[in-house]
Design a protein around this ligand. Structure first.
Ligand code: HSE
Length: 430
């Protein structure tokens, strides 16, 4: 029996695009059996026609991306080119032309997902984007579909492989940040300009997408408090180690007590026995806490051409099946319309390293600064260095604004030579 063919157009053909082309050709028969139609890669839009593309017939390459998304014969569009424009205009045009789309574009979804969701709704097409967060790990569909009957309360994740590799090397080999970044670059994890990874922009885009889905509200990258790891030193990592913790760059999205959304990306100390502490090198993992399900963890490769292509193909099969059998996948919903809480309202624990004069009354004065701002101290560790000492203070849970006031008071005190670092602590008793 002959089955129909669905024609696929792809925008972009870098690492992920080549992986998609490879899997589409290697598994063509299996995919046809699973979809109920053959999937034919019929057009690939690229900026530079001269560059050779593995697994792609040069005859289907084009640099006319606008014409590609307007082609009547294409049924489905994959977008793996990245960036906000022209990806946004091209996807909007594709959807207006009745094509379902699969995208891996976290930057676009985090900046202007609303425009895409609205277009999918208006034109009655699918918009799938599993590969945009945590690469190969099935995460968005579980959150959007499998957990649609539950109440998600918190998401805590490692969603950037480059920074996790750097922090792993700093923890395991005592490497400096600069040397670990160089290793990550040499291994091809970090880009030539690593800013998006090391300053947390990549993780913040992913946090926005996750928070919007989990809390049924509109969340953009601008709503995410963001701090990267470029200021984390070997001393910070050693200090974490001394209390049996590791430093990780975490993406956190949670509901506040008054039902608003707190969403942030920053380095944090995690107890070494926390499941996320065991996530090494460039792997990603996301911990989801829901009222009925309890704690769930998703783990795997968050980057790389072939692993990420697996997520793109999974989406492609889903949207292609809808073309064959009818219907559409589940939608995003923003019915809850929750407000976003500011970082000043976030509540967490803190690890603070201070260089102080080693004199009578110094510890009492430092403790007084915390007490004055309503921040309760959990532990204090001191190491003397002649007339100077390093104090490491770990607090109980406190509101961010109170901690900021404490730090500012500490900085104004003569006996405090330097506030060497302030890092949040997550994952333990609050
Ligand atoms: N640059 C990202 C990372 C992969 O290092 O995890 C793509 O999101």
């Amino acid at each position: 029996m002959s089955i129909r063919t669905l024609k696929v157009g792809m925008l972009g053909c870098g690492n992920v695009g080549s992986g998609v082309a490879q899997l589409l050709s290697e598994h063509a028969d299996d995919l046809a059996a699973r979809v109920g139609a053959r999937l034919e890669l019929a057009a690939v839009g690229v900026r530079d026609l001269a560059r050779a593309r593995a697994h792609v017939d040069p005859a289907i390459l084009t640099d006319d991306l606008e014409s590609l998304v307007n082609r009547e014969d294409l049924d489905l569009i994959i977008e793996v080119m990245g960036g906000v424009e022209p990806a946004r205009s091209l996807l909007l045009a594709a959807m207006a032309n009745g094509k379902s789309v699969v995208t891996a574009n976290k930057t676009l979804l985090a900046e202007d997902g609303i425009a895409l969701y609205d277009a999918a709704e208006k034109f009655g097409v699918d918009l799938y984007y599993e590969a945009s967060v945590a690469g190969a790990i099935p995460l968005l569909r579980p959150v959007r579909e499998s957990m649609a009957g539950d109440q998600i309360e918190r998401i805590l994740g490692i969603v950037n492989g480059t920074t996790n590799y750097i922090l792993t090397r700093m923890d395991e080999a005592g490497t400096s940040f600069a040397d670990a970044l160089k290793e990550a670059t040499d291994l091809g994890y970090a880009e030539a300009d690593p800013t998006a990874d090391i300053e947390g922009f990549d993780a913040a885009a992913k946090a926005a997408i996750l928070a919007g889905l989990a809390f049924h509200s509109r969340v953009t990258a601008l709503d995410v408090y963001r701090e990267g790891i470029s200021h984390i030193t070997a001393d910070d990592v050693a200090s974490a180690k001394a209390m049996d913790h590791v430093v990780k760059l975490l993406a956190i999205a949670e509901l506040t007590a008054d039902d608003r959304v707190s969403v942030r990306v920053h380095p944090a100390l995690l107890p070494r026995n926390h499941p996320l502490a065991a996530v090494r090198e460039a792997y990603n993992a996301v911990f989801v806490e829901a009222r009925a399900a309890g704690e769930l963890m998703f783990y795997g490769r968050g980057a790389g051409g072939i692993p990420t292509a697996s997520a793109v193909l999974g989406d492609l099969v889903a949207v292609a099946r809808h073309r064959v059998f009818g219907g559409l996948g589940s939608r995003e919903s923003d019915y809850a319309a929750r407000q976003i809480a500011t970082i000043g309202e976030a509540t967490t624990r803190y690890h603070i390293r201070l260089d102080v004069a080693d004199l009578p009354g110094v510890l009492a004065a430092v403790a007084q600064a915390f007490a004055h701002n309503g921040v309760s101290i959990q532990t204090v560790r001191q190491e003397g260095h002649g007339n100077e000492a390093e104090l490491v203070v770990v607090t109980h849970s406190a509101i961010e604004s109170a901690l900021a006031a404490t730090v500012s008071q500490l900085r104004s005190m003569d006996i405090v030579r330097n506030v060497a670092s302030v890092i949040r602590v997550e994952g333990g008793n609050r």
